[in-house]
Write a protein that binds this ligand. Structure first.
Ligand code: 8YV
Length: 329
C-alpha cells in the first residue's frame, strides 16, 4: 500500500502526478485555505504533506496527525512551522531555498524602481484621465542610480539584490544578524553597518530578513522616524517585520517618501490605511512568482517529501531538511 500524503494547496498537476507514483495523494484542486481544524482532520491518516506559507503547522495540528513524518513547505520562509513542536513530534520539516533567490531579487528591484519612480501611482493617475499636459514637476521621484541602498537581512536573496546594485553604481550598506565574511562582502560590494546607521544613511531600504518573534516590527514608528524624509522602504520578506499601521502613518505624513510592499501583517488582508495612501506600491506576495521559479519550488518541495518518506534517489535524505535532530532521534 502506498503511503498517504496531503498536498494542502493546488500546485502544478505534473508535480502531483510525480508524487502519485509513490503516494496516495489527497489534493486540493479547489485551492481552499484550510483552517487548523480542517488541516488536522486531513492529516489524521497522512505520512507527509506539502504546504505553503498559509498553513500553520503547530503542536495542535500535529496532535491530530500521529502518522506524519514530513511536512515540505513550498517556500523558503518557514515561520508557519513550529520547528520545536515538529522536532518533538518526530516530523521532518523542509523548505525550498536557493531556487527562488534570483527571481525574488529581480522582484525586489521591480518594487524598488516602481516605488522610487512612482510607477504605479502615476499609472493610476493616467488611467483616471488626469493627464492633459507635461509639467516639469510631474511625479518627481528619487534616483536609484548612484544612491545608497540599505539591505536589512543579507542572506542569499539580500546578496543577489546587492549584486544587482553594482550596475546602478550604488553604495550598498547592510545589516544582518551576523556579519558576512570579507570575501562575500567584497563580492557584493557591501559594507556592514549597525541598523541605526543604515536607517539614517540609506536612500532606499529593502527588507529581506526572515520573520521570527525577534524580527517582529523590525521597522516601527521609531525606525521610520530615523529614516530620511526622501527615503523609500521595500518589504519583500514577511508581514510583521514592518508595523504596517505605523508605516501607513509615516507615508500619509510624508515622514518617508514612499514604500513598496509585497507582504503584509495578516495577509491577505491589507491594513486599510495603506490602501488610502497614494505613495505605496502594493503587490500580493508575488516576489517568487515567475513560472520557472514556482515550478522549481514545487518540484523541490516534492523532492524533499519523496526523499523524507524513503523514496527517490536519496531515500531518507531530504535535500533541505530544517530539523536534522529528527533523523537522529
Ligand atoms: C512563497 C515566500 O510564494 O518562499 C517564500 O518564503 O514567501 C514565497 O516565495 C510563499 O511563501 C508561498 O509559500
Amino acid at each position: 500500500m502506498k503511503p498517504k500524503i496531503l498536498v494542502a494547496r493546488a500546485i502544478f498537476p505534473d508535480v502531483i502526478e510525480r508524487l502519485a507514483q509513490y503516494f496516495e495523494v489527497e489534493r486540493n484542486d479547489a485551492d481552499t485555505v484550510y483552517s487548523s481544524d480542517e488541516l488536522r482532520a486531513r492529516l489524521a491518516d497522512k505520512a507527509g504533506a506539502i504546504t505553503t506559507a498559509s498553513e500553520r503547522i503547530d503542536a495542535s495540528v500535529l496532535a491530530g496527525a500521529p502518522h506524519l513524518r514530513v511536512v515540505a513547505n513550498m517556500a523558503v520562509g518557514y515561520n508557519n512551522f513550529d520547528i520545536d513542536a515538529m522536532t518533538a513530534a518526530g516530523v521532518m520539516a523542509t523548505n525550498t531555498p536557493d531556487v527562488l533567490n534570483e527571481t525574488t531579487a529581480d522582484f525586489g528591484w521591480a518594487l524598488l524602481m516602481a516605488t522610487a519612480r512612482r510607477v504605479t501611482e502615476s499609472e493610476r493617475w493616467l488611467r483616471e484621465g488626469h493627464w492633459n499636459k507635461w509639467a516639469y514637476d510631474m511625479f518627481l521621484g528619487a534616483d536609484v542610480h548612484g544612491s545608497t541602498l540599505g539591505i536589512i537581512g543579507m542572506g542569499r536573496i539580500g546578496q543577489a539584490i546587492a549584486r544587482r546594485a553594482m550596475g546602478f553604481n550604488m553604495r550598498v550598506v547592510y545589516h544582518n544578524r551576523s556579519r558576512l565574511d570579507a570575501a562575500t562582502e567584497a563580492a557584493c560590494k557591501a559594507s556592514y553597518v549597525d541598523k541605526d546607521t543604515l536607517l539614517k544613511t540609506a536612500d532606499h531600504v529593502i527588507l529581506v530578513l526572515p520573520y521570527s518573534k525577534d524580527t517582529h516590527h523590525t521597522i516601527g514608528a521609531a525606525e521610520l522616524a530615523a529614516m530620511k524624509s526622501t527615503a523609500t522602504l521595500v518589504n519583500l520578506a514577511r508581514g510583521g517585520i514592518v508595523d504596517d499601521a505605523a508605516l501607513a502613518q509615516a507615508l500619509a505624513s510624508k515622514q518617508i517618501a514612499a514604500a513598496g510592499l509585497d507582504v503584509f501583517e495578516g495577509e491577505p488582508s491589507v491594513h486599510p490605511d495603506l490602501l488610502k495612501v497614494p505613495n505605496v506600491v502594493l503587490t500580493p506576495h508575488i516576489a517568487s512568482a515567475s513560472a520557472a521559479t514556482r515550478r522549481g519550488m514545487a518540484s523541490l518541495a516534492a523532492d524533499n517529501l519523496i526523499a523524507a518518506l524513503g523514496f527517490g534517489s536519496a531515500p531518507g535524505k531530504p535535500p533541505c531538511l530544517l530539523n536534522p535532530a529528527v533523523r537522529k532521534a
